[in-house]
Ligand binder design. Structure first.
Ligand code: PHE
Length: 355
């Protein structure tokens, strides 16, 4: 074998050795350019071609090219081997272990306030009420003026009411919906209006955002006795048959006479406990016969029609029905608390406030 052939063989052998050692595709790329690139030994041999006798040139050139394609073939082979190994490794890494326990998706649940609202709605619908709605952002007319509230009434104060602009405010009560319904509907009217209300209050038993439910009945010949009876049936259906209700004289600008509506403490059934602070009764909300001035503001003749209204906070009801001790728990949205309440059907027979 002539010395050039031996040199070529030796180069190919070294190249193949290094190619075989390349541990990954990146290394292989470097090895490839070292042995086949412009500055490689094989390329250097090509430059010797000119110095050879004419008759030897073609054969030598051919042999160098053979050597190059041998090295090239070796690179491709290695490349395939490395790619295959990569692929197998990826398969192994991403292997799905079907014996592992699955991750359970948590089902969502309705918020206790929504549960309570729907429950009360169901009770009222069963008593012939329809559900009405009004806007959260109101004007002074619907929140105060039409509700017969004097200009200097403290509730209008900046410290009690969130004003957005002069005449634009966040409603402080759902009584606004009384006006909106009476403006647009002729009696007989029998509606409830659940919704958010806003007041500049924030402590253990008051949140600046809270929910109320308003009820309004207007018709010919509606009496205080109808009122009293309806409220009693309502409270019993919501809180349970044993839960009596009572009216205490009070004042609201938009009702006359007005009353505060109390229910027998649903925790102790009247014997006195820490929920009712020993009195046996819980204050639920406000109530009264619609003031004639309110009828007049809505174009309803108080000589022909009479009616009653009541309203209360839904958070309070949710707390009593579901046995939630602190109002702030309703707004913290701690799922450990929320997931305990998934249904409202028959809540007063179930987990009630007896704890
Ligand atoms: N709107 C009153 C309040 O927020 C409650 C009420 C409603 C009183 C209906 C009388 C009639 O305190």
């Amino acid at each position: 074998m002539n010395p050039q052939n031996r040199q070529l063989q030796e180069i190919v052998a070294r190249a193949e050795g290094e190619i075989g050692q390349a541990a990954n595709l990146h290394d292989l790329q470097l090895v490839k350019s070292r042995w086949l690139g412009k500055k490689s030994e094989l390329q250097g041999l090509m430059k010797l071609l000119g110095g050879l006798p004419k008759e030897e040139r073609p054969a030598f050139g051919q042999r160098v090219n053979q050597a190059k394609s041998q090295v090239g073939a070796c690179v491709r082979l290695r490349e395939e081997t490395l790619k295959e190994a990569d692929y197998l490794r990826t398969l192994e890494e991403r292997r799905l272990d079907i014996t592992m326990p699955g991750r359970r998706r948590q089902a969502g649940a309705l918020h206790p306030i929504t549960l309570a609202t729907r429950f009360i709605e169901d009770v009222c619908i069963s008593m012939g009420f329809e559900v009405a709605e009004g806007p959260d952002i109101e004007d002074e007319y619907h929140n105060f003026d039409a509700l017969n509230t004097p200009d200097d009434h403290p509730a209008r104060d900046l410290s009690d009411t969130f004003y957005i602009e002069d005449d634009v405010l966040l409603r402080t009560q759902t009584s606004t919906v009384q006006i909106r319904v009476m403006e647009t509907h002729k009696p007989p009217i029998r509606i409830i209006a659940p919704g958010r209300c806003y007041r500049n209050d924030n402590d253990a038993s008051h949140s600046p955002v809270f929910s109320q439910l308003e009820a309004l009945v207007v018709d010919k010949g509606v009496t205080f006795a109808d009122f009293r009876d309806t409220v009693d049936i309502f409270t019993k259906r919501v809180f349970g048959e044993q839960i009596e209700s009572r009216f205490r004289p009070h004042f609201f600008p938009f009702t006359e006479p007005s009353a505060e509506l109390d229910i027998l403490c649903s925790a102790c059934k009247g014997s006195g406990c820490n929920v009712c602070k020993g009195s046996g009764w819980l204050e639920l909300g406000g109530a009264g016969m619609v003031d004639p001035n309110v009828f007049r503001a809505c174009g309803i003749d108080p000589e022909v029609y009479s009616g009653y209204a009541f309203g209360f906070g839904i958070e309070r009801v949710a707390m009593l029905l579901l046995g939630i001790p602190d109002m702030r728990m309703l707004f913290e949205n701690d799922v450990r608390m929320l997931r305990q309440f998934r249904s409202y059907k028959g809540v007063h027979q179930g987990s009630g406030a007896s704890s």
